[in-house]
Write a protein that binds this ligand. Structure first.
Ligand SMILES: Nc1ncnc2c1ncn2[C@@H]1O[C@H](COP(=O)(O)OP(=O)(O)OP(=O)(O)O)[C@@H](O)[C@H]1O
Length: 294
């Protein structure tokens, strides 16, 4: 459905994206993960046909997105990283404008999206918070029921409740066969929606991973607080991978084999357990290490 082949763009100064290739199948949700400045937005702008690649091509269905600009707009929904709204528009006038550009939108569908994202579309855009503008942009990307939806940092500025609504929307569209590409800094967001994710850093694609494999590789750090020191000592001697111990609190790292951790922990009187997942940065670093550093 979406094929990115060897796309390269070098900006003056040497930054850019280098030989980026991946494909997204119909009905797949594909995540694009990377730290600030990694090249996510640049890749997405190429996908949308807004930038001419120095080398390589992007295809959405049979369209070359650079050469066939303007021919696939109805097929695609797009949420840019920073939305440029025109002066003096309200949410409603912007959505009217976008509806015309998309060649017509089912008004019921649009109203339902506005209702679910809970914003007043009569508000002038210049008075909207970042989160509200983001909601308008999400409605614009989804309302014409496109086959492919490309989202650049879709949940930035959204509160946790709205992040959940957004994830539900993605999963519903996915069930209908819509194809997604979305960039994010947030591993949990990608984890809940995506089938596969690409990791990009310094303009290069480091890995394309099945999300379940990535989850299995993720190391979790549990902090277990014991009621008494005897239990703590027995736990310390259990052979689990102990990271640290302070008073009756023990930090233990678990990767993959949760059963053993649960069985061992169940033997003692536990006051509390907290979990800290390995963060995205650590997951990147793991890839760097395996790729021989960078
Ligand atoms: N038009 C441009 N001219 C020169 N350099 C640019 C241009 N656009 C992007 N860059 C540089 O290319 C690199 C990639 O930028 P890009 O915006 O694609 O990153 P990103 O992964 O989307 O980051 P963020 O998460 O911060 O949005 C950055 O170092 C950026 O400064």
């Amino acid at each position: 459905m979406l094929t990115v082949s060897h796309v390269t763009k070098v900006f003056p100064g040497g930054k850019g994206i280098f030989d980026i290739s991946f494909t997204v199948e119909k009905g797949e949700v594909f995540g694009f993960l990377g730290p600030n400045g990694a090249g996510k937005s640049t890749t997405i702008r190429h996908i949308m046909g807004f930038m001419k690649p120095a080398q390589g091509t992007v295809r959405i269905r049979d369209f070359d997105t650079w050469k066939d600009q303007g021919k696939f707009q109805r097929l695609v929904g797009y949420l840019p990283g920073e939305i440029a709204f025109m002066e003096g528009m309200t949410g409603k006038t912007f959505l009217d404008f976008m509806s015309r550009l998309r060649g017509g939108v089912d008004p019921k569908r649009r109203a339902e999206l506005v209702e679910r994202l809970q914003f007043d579309d009569r508000t002038p855009i210049r008075k909207m918070s970042k989160g509200m503008k983001q909601k308008v942009g999400i409605v614009a990307a989804f309302m014409h029921e496109p086959e492919v939806i490309v989202l650049d940092e879709p949940t930035s500025g959204l509160d946790p409740l709205m992040q959940r609504v957004f994830i539900e929307l993605v999963l519903e569209e996915k069930a209908k066969g819509t194809t997604f590409l979305m960039s994010s800094h947030s591993f949990p967001e990608i984890e809940r929606t995506c089938d596969r994710a690409a990791i990009i850093k310094d303009g290069k694609l480091i890995a394309v991973k099945n999300i379940h494999e990535l989850q299995a590789e993720q190391r979790k750090l549990f902090e277990v607080s014991f009621e008494d020191a005897g239990d703590r000592d027995a736990f310390l001697a259990s052979g689990l991978k102990i990271e640290s111990c302070k008073d009756n609190r023990v930090r233990v790292a678990v990767q993959g084999d949760y059963n053993r951790f649960v069985q061992e922990t169940a033997k003692y009187r536990i006051r509390s357990i907290d979990v800290a997942s390995q963060n995205l940065e650590d997951i990147f670093m793991d890839y760097y290490d395996r790729k021989g550093g960078n």
